[in-house]
Design a protein around this ligand. Sequence first.
Ligand code: NI
Length: 256
Amino acid sequence: MIIDTHAHYDDKAFEEDRKQILDSIVCGGVGRIVNIGSSLEACKRTIQLMEKYDFVYGALGIHPTDSGELTECDIEWIKTQCTLEKCVAVGEIGLDYYWDEPDREIQKKWFVRQLELAKEVKLPVVIHSRDAAQDTVDIMKAEHAQDIGGVVHCYSYSRELAKAFLDMGFYFGIGGVVTFNNGRKLKEVVEYLPLDRIVLETDSPYLAPVPFRGKRNDSRKLTHVIDQIAEIKCITIEEVTEITTQNAHKLYPKLK
Ligand code: NI
């Protein structure tokens, strides 16, 4: 069974055929999907998907680019929802300096607050970090992220930096980028990472693997990511599937 540890099936890209796609995914060997919240609205839609589909679980949190209007009341609401049986993590949270808005100080403030939230509800975190490597590591260290645990989603930094996240016990979400012709840096990271720290993710509808690059992504396309990891690690696709599934359960203990 394949587990997609990071997807956004609430996205409007699936408006027309969400049910068809989700039904076909579960028939195609993908047994569990974790839908990831990114805004308050996306968190609400994630909860609806968790309620509607047995195999859909959820992570609830606010993405850095959506943190501009966030309030403490919103955090309290998320905190309540985190007790739902199928809410497996807080996320996605982090820093994104690719965009100028919201201000970096605001992003940092809510990143720290949501790491605290994860401690309060005793759930792992899903980290989004783009062009903000040093601040991400500094904040995670200061907040003792090693006691929280979680995954760095769509890992995009160097092999050297991977060590800092490995040392904090984090998993690495590997998706379509590993199949890209210009994905050499990530291929090196995957070569370096211990197998017991890799989990599969699509980030659907984004980042479809080759040969679907640029098209809408969905969890069935994870087989292309698995093929690539098997090639890099010189193991079979069955081994990649089995190990990443075990890892996903360790990453998200509430996942059944
Ligand atoms: Ni995402």
